[in-house]
Ligand binder design. Structure first.
Ligand SMILES: Cc1ncc(COP(=O)(O)O)c(C=O)c1O
Length: 371
């Protein structure tokens, strides 16, 4: 299986061409409303003067960087606004790979496939640490896997595809490992608002020149199409201030800057949106998790208990997580998920379902009926 080429479109295309109704649980695009203030922010921006429609600073609108820095307890100078967490991950991984010694990027298996694709793009060797039984990598195993060749370690919590959340101890150990082995830890926290267990800890809790945190508003504000994300780099005056400079140059030469209307609207939404919005979304997802996992229990499936993000990965008796199985589910059950084999070896007989459809209950019924 080639993990370097994300396979989401292959399954989506298959589901779209099916000659029956299919509940799409393939990709992670929220189906719920963004906060009202986001729309207001965009409308307000559109009424502005032409001068406000010109290039913002390459590293992002100053007020947005300030707002993010205040929320994350860091200096504004450490924050760069990117085109989603995708670009933030790219800048962080590229800077780390260029500036830290070694030819290898360490990923957790199962992995979000874009990390593997990016590692390949950078010409890095990829090494995988298998997630342990509960889905969280055992930090002693990570320690054993890291070696002189390791330049960058990429982790994601709350996790796609497993739905697990790494606690404080795990995050602290990962930062420590990066420091000990002179590597860069890239901590992708794009699902930080989707923590149902209360155990999520940001890598920002551990100040270190060896970690970069990436994030975005794609999921938290339900705007995957708007492309606003960010990365928090180590202190620019510190020993790894060069990482920010590397990312800034790469960002400027590739994209010039990010979308100004999207950044302006996100800033407005951040200022105007209270915790009730995020709690409402979590409540909706908790309900979906219950409905879906009840159906999984009914058919005797094994699954990781979703503590975060909005994915459930499940293994069905005698039904491997291959593309063939997924296509059979589309045709026979009318439910589309992602095969586990698209995320790595360790969960290759599992299937991932994204709970971003209002028809999760229908999907659950169909799966229970079919399996
Ligand atoms: C783990 C992870 N990181 C990054 C992204 C991409 O986020 P963005 O839309 O902000 O680029 C996704 C999208 O599904 C994701 O699951």
């Amino acid at each position: 299986m080639d993990y370097e080429t994300p396979q989401f479109f292959r399954v989506m295309q298959y589901a779209n061409q099916a000659d029956r109704d299919v509940v799409d649980m393939v990709s992670g695009s929220p189906d719920w409303e963004p906060p009202e203030s986001l729309r207001e922010g965009l409308v307000e921006y559109a009424r502005g003067e032409p001068e406000q429609f010109q290039y913002p600073p390459s590293v992002g609108l100053t007020d947005l960087r300030e707002e993010i820095a205040g929320r994350r307890g860091v200096d504004r100078e450490q924050v760069i606004i990117t085109n989603g967490a995708g670009e933030a991950n790219h800048l962080a991984m590229s800077a780390g790979f260029e500036r830290f010694p070694g030819s290898e990027i360490l990923l957790v298996d199962p992995t979000y496939p874009y990390y593997a694709g990016r590692a390949s793009l950078l010409g890095a060797d990829t090494r995988y640490v298998p997630a342990s039984g509960d889905g969280v990598p055992d930090t002693e195993t990570v320690r054993e896997c890291v070696r002189e060749e390791t330049s960058v370690i990429v982790v994601n919590s709350p996790n796609n595809p497993l739905g697990v959340t790494y606690g404080e101890e795990t995050k602290a150990a990962l930062v420590d490992i990066a420091e000990t082995y002179d590597a860069l830890l890239v901590s992708d926290e794009v699902y930080d608002h989707f923590d149902y267990s209360g155990s999520f800890t940001s890598a920002l809790a551990f100040d270190s020149p060896n970690r970069v945190v990436t994030n975005s508003f794609s999921k938290s504000l339900a705007i995957t199409g708007w492309r606003v994300g960010y990365a928090v780099f180590p202190d620019r005056q510190g020993p790894r201030g060069d990482l920010f400079e590397d990312a800034r140059t790469r960002h400027m030469l590739t994209t010039v800057t990010g979308s100004r209307p999207a950044q302006a609207a996100v800033l407005h939404a951040l200022r105007e949106t209270g915790p009730a919005y995020y709690e409402g979304v979590r409540e909706r997802l908790r309900d979906r998790i219950t409905v879906f996992t009840d159906a999984l229990d009914e058919v005797g499936a094994t699954y990781t208990d979703p503590e975060g993000a909005f994915y459930v990965m499940a293994r069905f008796p005698a039904f491997p997580g291959t593309f063939e199985s997924v296509e059979l589910l589309v045709d026979e059950a009318g439910v589309a998920g992602m095969p586990g084999e698209a995320f790595g070896e360790s969960r290759s007989d599992w299937i991932r379902f994204a709970l971003v459809s209002p028809r999760v209950e229908t999907a659950a019924d169909r799966l229970a009926g079919f399996l």
